[in-house]
Design a protein around this ligand. Structure first.
Ligand code: ZN
Length: 186
């Protein structure tokens, strides 16, 4: 049975630490931890969750992109554990979009990220994967990898004028969706 883990919030020093490489991936303890991390990401409506966010300084994160009330436009993707990740190369082109973080509740910020990235990582079965991600998934990957290096999205922002509250963000996206509906209607 999976356990829902407590989420560390900004100000806790674990969010500022460099997380350690995972070596004993086949251990039951690590595998159970990955199950709990996935269950916690889903429960919290997160599109990603990194181990340091649940007080474990390990190089593991989950990508669990799917549309929900926090991210209505998110693409659908099976919850995937990413272990010991690295970015091999990235597009020069960057794009700014809204990000939030379960460790920084109540606010959103416009964050520039590389539009596409080439990455490598281990799956939870220890398989080495090389893959390319773009747009929203590339954004999640960069956000979560930052957590493994003690970086939060606020550190990547260009201006504090681009921070808004969750309430204002919800208003912004519902307005944008209404406009999209109007366009679709003709
Ligand atoms: Zn985060």
């Amino acid at each position: 049975m999976e356990k829902i883990l407590e989420i560390a919030e900004l100000g806790h020093p674990i969010l500022r630490e460099m997380a350690a490489q995972v070596k004993n991936l086949e251990d039951e303890e690590i595998q159970n931890f990955i199950d709990n991390l996935i269950a916690t990401a889903i429960e919290a409506n997160g599109v990603g969750l990194a181990a340091p966010q649940v007080y474990e300084s390990k190089r593991i994160f989950i990508i669990s992109s799917r549309p929900n009330e926090r991210y209505p436009n998110a693409p659908e993707m099976e919850p995937t554990a990413i272990i010991n990740p690295d970015i091999l190369s990235f597009s020069k082109e960057k794009e700014k979009d809204w990000e939030g973080c379960l460790s920084i509740p109540g606010i959103r910020g416009l964050v520039p990220r590389h539009k596409s990235i080439r990455v490598k990582y281990l799956t939870r079965d220890g398989k080495e994967i090389e893959s390319e991600f773009s747009d929203f998934i590339a954004r999640i990957f960069q956000h979560e990898l930052d957590h493994l290096n003690g970086i939060v999205f606020l550190d990547r922002m260009e201006s504090s004028l681009e921070i808004i509250t969750e309430k204002e963000y919800q208003r912004l996206i519902s307005k944008a969706m209404e406009e999209m509906d109007l366009e679709n209607e003709g």
